[in-house]
Design a protein around this ligand. Structure first.
Ligand code: SF4
Ligand code: FES
Length: 234
């Protein structure tokens, strides 16, 4: 099928401002939008810049806006967005070049959420930290995050207040706050209770809509706020 592919281009060394460029490409209906970007990069203009790695919805590196919606380019089938496909960088993060955004601020918030297990105690049997299936279920949903940033960059609160910790960092804090083996959940809750933490969420649900993993992000945020309230009440 014939596709009119529109890509928002920006080269900081040559352009005053971003602009749209249009490419005529031919694709199979079951090709992905990432294949369209590859066609342009490999056959038309090698300077087109974007991130991608796995091409199978696992690494989270190719989040972009496709026809105005936050999506992974490797997951969206051409037939679902044809015949005119627009691709632009995610919103709210500085554009480095074309579709490539500066993720450093995003990673800083992720790191600040302590996204790792804290436990210096020796396990009861000296070998492993056991956990029931029911306890494991408490953070099953948030453990599936691939750090694509689609949620945070779809959030209007983040657009207006870049200091807001954002849904992705909260999801990754949730993953360890609700892990029965972890011993630092109060520290994490304190971080999330900060003025730019969970209270900034306005339950707009853009994050849920944007998440390629189908994580119920708003529920995770509410569960973290409930935990903060419970700890403050004790
Ligand atoms: S919660 Fe979903 S949208 Fe947000 S970073 Fe993780 S995988 Fe991406
Ligand atoms: S390239 Fe890895 S998720 Fe799309």
């Amino acid at each position: 099928m014939d596709i009119e592919l529109r890509i928002r281009r920006y080269n900081p060394e040559a352009d005053q401002a971003p602009h749209w460029e249009t490419y005529a490409v031919t694709a199979d209906a079951t090709d992905r939008v990432l294949d369209l970007l590859h066609q342009v990069k490999w056959h038309t203009d090698g300077t087109l810049t974007f991130r991608r790695s796995c091409a199978h919805g696992v690494c989270g590196s190719d989040a972009v806006l496709i026809n105005g919606q936050n999506r992974l380019a490797c997951q969206v089938l051409v037939r679902d967005v044809a015949p005119t496909v627009s691709v632009e960088p995610v919103a709210g993060l500085p554009v480095i070049k074309d579709l490539l955004v500066d993720m450093e601020g995003f990673w800083a918030k992720y790191r600040a959420a302590m996204p790792y297990l804290v436990n210096d105690d020796v396990p009861a049997d000296g070998l492993e930290r056991r956990q029931s299936a029911a306890d494991r279920d408490l953070y099953e949903d948030t453990s599936r995050c691939i750090l694509c940033a689609a949620c945070t960059t779809a959030c209007p609160v983040f657009w207006t207040n870049p200091d807001y910790v954002g849904p992705a960092a909260i999801v990754n804090a949730h993953r360890f706050i609700f892990d029965s083996r972890d011993t630092a959940h109060e520290e994490r809750l304190e971080l999330m209770a900060d003025a730019d933490g969970v209270w900034r969420c306005r339950t707009v649900f853009n994050c849920v809509e944007a998440c390629p993993r189908g994580i119920n992000i708003t529920r995770a945020i509410l569960e973290v706020t409930r935990q903060i309230t419970n700890v403050e009440a004790t």
